[in-house]
Design a protein around this ligand. Structure first.
Ligand code: NAD
Length: 287
């Protein structure tokens, strides 16, 4: 068992114990982190925060040009970043995910795995109109990709004799509340992420490996905003449900991920961690 005192320290890649300053920079000092979907909205903001807090970060995405752009932005914003590398990875391919996690062997193994890559396909629809190939593609990336990430993170944590690790899987509020604007394959995939995360949290709890799921509400990121475009009624149909009257920002998700990744959340495990501006708790919203 890990005591709160122990969890205020972390082992660096060199095995040296360093003290974490919980009140400022260095909340992830000495930790090795992998972020998938690192070139996207939530992923990049999270990499930036992780790097600011002293982590070594391996940024993974399916798109090399997007990764190049994202890592340049990070290095520009966080010149003091420790180690930041990129690796192209299709999370739906186990060999890619294994290679990604194995890359950290020379760093001392993974401490934080953020399985965040996901798609919401434009052809995803209701029970009648969702094409089977879109269903399969969505499950392959959003569910199997998260499973592969969890699997290889556990293998690495054990290989490097870690006594703690934090795995965060991105789900969505649609795993918790029904939507009358359906994307059935996406919703089913995110429900699977929640159930899988919960079970892994229980299975690995005595090893000190924590698993939590992030449930973001609709955000100002390309994933949703490109899809909404200039369609004002489509946009309003969603905005009206926010008590705050606005979509969330990627940075607001990244702040939650940072907490879940750090030892500050040492007793938070198996949670559906909802970051939604109160949306899933609202009945009638303010005018
Ligand atoms: P985004 O589209 O900005 O980023 C997603 C990233 O994943 C992209 O950079 C993309 O290239 C990458 N990606 C896609 N397929 C991949 C694959 N097979 N392997 C590796 N990388 C791949 O989206 P985002 O808003 O940052 O979304 C991140 C996560 O948050 C997703 O899992 C998404 O489902 C979830 N989410 C988003 C919202 C929202 O409104 N944006 C709401 C709830 C949940």
């Amino acid at each position: 068992p890990v005591t709160p005192q122990e969890s205020s320290r972390s082992s660096s890649a060199t095995g040296k114990v360093q003290t974490i300053n919980s009140f400022g920079m260095g909340r992830l000092l000495g930790k090795n982190a992998i972020v998938t979907g690192a070139a996207g909205g939530i992923g990049l903001e999270t990499c930036i925060l992780f790097a600011k807090e002293g982590a070594n970060v391996l940024m993974a995405d399916i798109s090399k040009p997007a990764l190049d752009k994202a890592s340049s932005k990070l290095k520009q914003l966080v010149p003091s970043a420790h180690k930041v590398e990129i690796q192209v990875c299709d999370v739906s391919k186990e060999a890619d995910v294994k290679a990604l996690v194995d890359h950290l062997d020379t760093w001392g193994g993974v401490d934080i795995m953020f399985n965040n890559a996901g798609i919401m396909h434009a052809d995803d629809a209701d029970a009648i109109d969702t094409p089977e190939k879109i269903w399969d593609l969505t499950q392959a990336i959003n569910v199997k990709g998260v499973w592969f990430g969890c699997k290889h993170a556990v293998i690495s944590l054990r290989k490097h004799n870690k006594i703690r690790g934090s795995i965060i899987n991105t789900a969505s509020v649609v795993a918790l509340v029904g939507s009358a604007t359906p994307q059935l394959a996406y919703t089913a995939s995110k429900g699977a992420v929640l159930a899988m995360t919960r079970e892994l949290a229980i299975v690995h709890a005595r090893e000190g490996f924590r698993f939590n799921a992030l449930c973001p509400a609709p955000l100002n990121t390309p994933l949703l905003q490109d899809w909404l475009g200039d369609d004002q009624p489509k946009r309003y149909r969603r905005e009206i449900h926010f008590p705050s009257g606005r979509f969330g920002e990627a940075i607001e998700q990244a702040q939650a991920v940072l907490f879940l990744a750090s030892d500050e959340s040492s007793f938070v495990n198996g949670q559906d961690f909802v970051v939604d501006g109160g949306m899933t708790k609202a009945y009638v919203t303010p005018e």
